[in-house]
Design a protein around this ligand. Structure first.
Ligand SMILES: [Zn+2]
Length: 169
């Protein structure tokens, strides 16, 4: 009896092992699918791209904006909801006050608009690169009888000597 149970367990284990192997194979197929890799690359590039855009906004554009707006720091645009006044966002956060950080929201919107514009320019540029040259106007036509290439204006086929003027007009 005991032996039989052991045998059964061994059999179940064998089946589980087989299932596991099958699943592993499926997973491998899934993970190595071409578009999965593309997606992963996209996410990684996207993350790197995001930091570039953030740097563009915070390090390159905001200083100019600051000159015109007399060094307004967006992060200091906030409303404290507890009625007290705080000089900086850090002070408000230290007091654990509920604050409406609309300045940060605005700066995120600006980031998004700039990012969307940069992506738009990038896509436009890539599309321009991708566009194949406009096909040259054809200088030959096919003879309707022997299907050889002959001159567009030919009235007689140079291969089979058939009269092609009437048929190809
Ligand atoms: Zn011909």
């Amino acid at each position: 009896m005991k032996q039989r149970i052991n045998k059964k367990i061994a059999k179940d284990l064998q089946i589980n092992k087989k299932e596991g192997k099958k699943m592993l194979k499926e997973f491998k197929k899934f993970a190595l699918k071409g578009n999965m890799i593309d997606l992963a690359v996209g996410i990684i590039i996207g993350g790197a791209f995001n930091s570039i855009v953030n740097s563009l906004v915070n390090d390159m554009l905001m200083p100019f904006l600051g000159v015109f707006t007399k060094n307004i720091n967006f992060s200091n645009w906030f409303i404290s909801l507890d009625g007290n006044k705080y000089d900086t966002l850090a002070a408000a956060e230290e007091a654990e006050a509920a604050v409406l950080k609309y300045g940060l929201f605005i700066s995120n919107i600006i980031n998004f608009i700039i990012m969307a514009f940069v992506v738009f320019l990038l896509v436009r540029w890539i599309n321009k690169l991708r566009k194949p040259d406009t096909p040259a106007t054809p200088t030959t036509k096919k003879c309707p009888y022997c299907y050889s290439d002959i001159h567009l204006d030919a009235t007689r086929c140079s291969h089979c000597t058939a009269d092609v003027a009437a048929k190809n007009k």
